[in-house]
Structure formats: C-alpha cells, structure tokens
Design a protein around this ligand. Sequence first.
Ligand SMILES: [Zn+2]
Length: 112
Amino acid sequence: MTFGSSGYRTDFGLLKSMLNRYHAGNCPSCRQGRLFLFRNLATEDIYAHCEECEWGYITPGDIEAKSAFLTLLDDDDAEYAAIEEISRSVWANYTVIALDDLGFGPALPASS
Ligand SMILES: [Zn+2]
C-alpha cells in the first residue's frame, strides 16, 4: 500500500480498523516486524504475532527463548487483543505498546 507519492508503505491493510492495537516490541526472529498481540478466538489464548514473518509467541518467555510457532499453520480465527484481555493474560506484566490508528506507523514526512 502506498500513500500518494511519498513512498510511505505499510504491510497490512487494517487501516479501516479503528481499534487500538497493542504490540510487544520487535520480533526476535526477523528483527523487523512488530509483535502484535492477538486473541485466538478458539482457545482464548493471547499471543504475539509478528507482522512480518508470521511467527507467533504464546508467552513473553517464548520471545526470549525464541520458541515460536508458525501462525499460518493455525486455522483458528484470531483478532486483535483488547487491553482488558491483555491485562488478564500472561502479557500483563510485559511491556506492551499501544498503537492507535490516528498515530499509525511512523510519522509522515513533513511537507516542504
Ligand atoms: Zn518476525
């Protein structure tokens, strides 16, 4: 996706969502993607899902241990976890960064 001619780019088409999203920092596997927190609708697990490489981490310890699972192999539906859900999960004491759609992504280049 490209906005105008700025070359600004994003990797997911979720701009239409007005929900806040939360991520747990950068992915230790690819070091590029952010680990967005999702809720598995079948198991109610809150897990971190890398936006770039699609690896997932069930707990903060899994991030440190680089013990990931490939989310593409998981057929269960998931949606962005709400902060209330995160606060009741194993991620409650982990550093979670909120990202709302008004402040989406890196700042747009200043117009000159
Ligand atoms: Zn990754």
